[in-house]
Ligand binder design. Structure first.
Ligand code: M6R
Length: 609
């Protein structure tokens, strides 16, 4: 997730407005920033790595001439947060300049093709291909207008994008285009604006035009024209009045970041499915070679590791050891060695316990691989190979979209490894890959159909003094995560353990009305889970079950249930089954009057041991 902005003014310099607007988009990414303006057919660019204020101090982002310009605030997905990878990106001659939010899936093929035609690339980004592609299209079809050239080029682009593009060929316009990544136009009597999001221009206008997938927009000082990318046919759409306050706009109308981030999960999962194969292959090569694999993390990221240990074992027949990072040194510090591989998982890439575990492993010559949401973080700098989880900045302290994105990447890794090691049949792999592709829509369905019901459940149970969260198999990880979410934001003590452990102690706590959340997908553990539900019911527990749609056996037993669409393979189940638990925690916290975005005593990134 990045933020893009552009404006064409009737008069005056665009750069100060772009700078201010990018500040309002900083919540979308903040590892690098850049602005390009067009003045007398000359493109001027200022860009660098760092937060907007830091870069402004160094470069004076307001000091660029021209009434037309584009800007970008970055959250790295391809290429580290370095000056060369900061947007805007240009073609070979510096006549075309592009900012982009999204992921170009086929950039490696396009890059190779353009390099063969003599184009020189300076960055590691996917975005730069667009600038060179436009340049090449123009070279091969010199009679095309700027707009026609962009339309032709877009036909070659696969993936998600919101682009804003300038060209010296027609220096009075910005061309924008959208597929999956958000794009909105603002308009007032000073000029026209394009942005990833309304807050960018809300202080200058509340007149906005929403752009849909498959649309291209031409901005000039006089106004805007919308066209279909497929056939260039015109689309008429008049502005709407935005009633949000700037604060509400940053949260896109949601009351908290946490619920916004829960709702973002379908799109985040789509992004994670766009991770280039060669990154996954590289990681798999190291995992395959390892004598022992430790999955090291804290908190929610540890729960992703726990789920991954089931995925690796069931799909790739690879035993792995999930370890709390804070325990790694004591537990494995002496035995880890050159034949060990550590896969560290961390949203922030800065968690002190995780970094300390990695440093210990490194000292003993182990191989360090990682998964993180923050490219450029300490973890990416000390890992041999890393993959970005593509979730965009997460502001709520409670991890939600970063958890499901970690699970999606880990599932893709497990599948790749299964293929490489030949452990399961091709049919099974094909079926799992298909199911993985369906998950964004499945999560969308859960949020759309179950949210209201979960809100009511939160009301019903918000006065409970304690909860159990139980599951079997991989659902143990889901249960652990559901418990952490409820505890950290709604401050209700909760206990989670594999359901089979009940009879070894915890069941002694159960009495009349005791709420027990069961995570029960219809997998191999279903029958035994039913027995565990019966045990609990016999002691008076109230069962809240997360079940597969239409699971009558459990519906008959549970006081309350939340339904998840059918036919989710067990190894993928933590992704959709954790979503109702995130919602339950969120609405319980809200019901109790707590701020779920800023739970007491907690920080988003824990940089102390
Ligand atoms: O940035 P990390 O993934 O390394 O953070 C690990 C934990 O601190 C984090 O998951 C924490 O447990 C969250 N508050 C959970 O919602």
């Amino acid at each position: 997730m990045c933020g893009i902005f552009g404006c064409v003014l009737k008069e005056g310099n665009a750069a100060p407005i772009i700078h201010t607007s990018l500040k309002r988009l900083e919540y979308r990414g903040y590892d690098s920033v850049g602005i390009a303006t067009l003045n007398n057919k000359e493109i001027q660019i200022k860009k660098d790595q760092g937060k907007i204020d830091e870069v402004h101090q160094r470069l004076d982002l307001n000091n660029l001439e021209g009434n037309i310009g584009i800007g970008h605030t970055r959250w790295a997905t391809h290429g580290a947060p370095l000056k060369i990878n900061s947007h805007p990106h240009t073609d070979c001659k510096g006549d075309i300049v592009v900012v982009h939010n999204g992921i170009i899936e086929n950039f490696l093929e396009l890059k190779a093709e353009l390099q063969n035609l003599g184009h020189t690339f300076v960055s590691k980004t996917d975005t730069e291909v667009m600038a060179h592609l436009i340049e090449e299209t123009q070279k091969q079809n010199p009679k095309l207008t700027f707009e026609q050239t962009v339309l032709e080029s877009l036909k070659r682009i696969e993936g998600s994008y919101a682009f804003a593009i300038l060209s010296t060929q027609e220096p009075n316009k910005i061309i924008c285009a959208r597929n999956e990544s958000p794009l909105v136009i603002g308009i007032n009597n000073q000029g026209v604006f394009c942005a990833s999001d309304v807050p960018a221009f809300l202080s200058v206008t509340n007149q906005a035009v929403m752009i849909n997938n498959g649309e291209l927009v031409i901005l000039t000082a006089e106004g805007y024209e919308i066209k279909k990318i497929s056939d260039a046919s015109p689309i008429t759409r008049t502005p709407i009045t935005i009633e949000w306050t700037p604060e509400m706009a940053v949260k896109q109308g949601y009351p908290h970041f946490m619920i916004k981030e829960i709702h973002e999960q379908p799109q985040v999962l789509r992004n994670t499915l766009r991770i280039q194969d060669h990154y996954l292959d590289l990681l798999c090569t190291f995992l395959d070679r390892a004598n022992e694999v430790f999955l090291v993390a804290c908190g929610t990221s540890y729960h992703a590791c726990l789920a991954a240990s089931y995925m690796f074992s069931k799909l790739a027949y690879l035993p792995t050891y999930p370890v709390y990072a804070s325990e790694f040194l004591e537990q494995h510090g002496k035995s880890v060695n050159i034949d060990s591989t550590i896969l560290a998982v961390s949203q922030s890439g800065e968690t002190a316990d995780t970094i300390a575990a990695v440093a210990c492993a490194q000292q003993r010559a182990a191989t360090v691989l990682s998964l993180t949401n923050v490219i450029g973080s300490t973890l990416t700098r000390i890992s041999r190979v890393y993959i970005g989880t593509q979730a965009g900045p997460e502001i709520g302290v409670a991890a939600t979209k970063t958890f499901t994105s970690q699970l999606s990447v880990l599932a893709q890794l497990a599948l790749k490894l299964a293929k490489k090691r030949g452990k399961i049949s091709q049919d099974e792999i094909d079926c799992l890959e298909e199911k993985l592709q369906e998950l964004p829509n499945v999560v969308d369905t859960i949020v759309t159909t179950q949210e209201e019901k979960i809100k009511q459940l939160a009301k019903k149970y918000s006065d409970s003094k304690i909860f159990f969260f139980l599951g079997r198999g991989i659902s143990t990880a889901t249960a652990f995560e559901g418990r952490l979410k409820l505890m950290e934001i709604a401050y209700i003590p909760a206990i989670a353990f594999p359901a089979g452990e009940s009879k070894h102690g915890p069941i002694s706590l159960v009495e009349d009305g005791f709420p027990v959340v069961f995570v029960c997908p219809k997998d191999d553990t279903h029958k035994t889970t039913i027995s565990n539900i019966m045990e609990m019911k016999a002691r008076g527990a109230h069962i809240i079950a997360i079940i597969e749609e239409g699971d009558q056996d459990i519906k008959n037993l549970a006081e309350d249930y939340i339904e998840v669409p059918k036919d989710i393979p067990a190894v993928l189940s933590p992704i959709p089954y954790s979503v109702p638990l995130q919602l339950l925690a969120y609405y319980t916290a809200v019901e109790k009057g707590y701020d779920p975005d800023m739970p007491r005593n907690l920080a988003k990134s824990v940089t102390v041991k």
